[in-house]
Write a protein that binds this ligand. Structure first.
Ligand code: MF3
Ligand code: CO
Length: 245
């Protein structure tokens, strides 16, 4: 899982360097597929319930599952969530990052910062003896303290020899509920956070989830292992702080 996770982290590092006004989401998708297959891996999303691409590329009010297209060209001031999954030697890695395109609004920059912070607050709770909803609660507490809202309809998940395994990991809820965390468990934690109201809907393409109120949305995800000590982030990446705002 460490090797699959590292590959996903490398893909996101490469794509983050490519994010700039004028590039299309199809170009990002092609670069991701090239990198994964060159490393001997397989894109995890392509063909999953019929999903047509290697990455999900979700711009502005798109929450998750945006389908890459040559007609979607990034513009100054956009924010873009890039979600990548790959399998390597039978194990999966899954990770997402949301990036500013050029200069973005104060609100957009704050949304990105708070969502990434919420992911790391959640990762901090991944300790043996804790419970899954401790992770969920940590996300909700941080996000709502800044006046943003947590998406309810989509959740994080266990991950291993399948991309989606038990348990589900919601991004809201009371602490102390759900399965107990134990050494060796690996979870994909993925807060999806809206600047406005929490409600989302899926567009007619059957995939793209957008905010109902058209507010901006951000998404960060890491694949993380529970150990006897500190949580082990398997999908670490090197995205310059400047690129994150
Ligand atoms: N990271 C997302 C997830 O955990 C990506 C799934 S996209 C799909 O569900 F196309 F594969 F569904
Ligand atoms: Co996931």
């Amino acid at each position: 899982m460490s090797r699959a996770g590292r590959l996903v982290g490398e893909v996101l590092t490469e794509l983050a360097q490519k994010v700039t006004p004028g590039i299309s989401t199809a170009e990002l998708d092609e670069a991701a597929e090239r990198r994964i297959t060159a490393a001997g891996g397989t894109p995890a999303f392509k063909g999953y319930h019929g999903y047509p691409a290697t990455i999900c590329a979700s711009i502005n009010e798109e929450v998750i599952h945006g389908i890459p297209s040559g007609r979607r060209v990034l513009q100054e001031g956009d924010i873009i969530s890039i979600d990548v999954g790959a399998s390597l030697d039978g194990y999966y890695g899954d990770s997402a990052i949301t990036l500013p395109v050029g200069q973005v609004s104060e609100e957009a920059a704050r949304l990105l910062r708070v969502t990434e912070e919420a992911l790391f607050k959640a990762i901090d709770r991944l300790r043996p003896g804790g419970r899954v909803s401790d992770v969920s609660h940590a996300v909700q507490l941080h996000v709502e303290a800044f006046g943003f809202s947590v998406v309810r309809e989509f959740v994080g998940h266990g991950i291993g020899q399948q991309m989606h395994e038990e348990p589900q990991v919601p991004n809201y809820g009371e602490p102390g509920r759900g399965p107990r965390l134990a050494e060796g468990m690996v979870l994909a934690i993925e807060p999806m956070v809206n600047a406005g109201r929490p409600a989302v809907k899926v567009l007619a393409d059957g995939w793209t989830a957008v905010t109902r109120d058209k507010s901006l949305s951000a998404h960060f995800e890491h694949t993380v292992a529970v150990t006897s000590g500190a949580p082990w982030i398997l999908t670490s990446r090197e995205v310059p702080v400047a690129a994150r705002k």
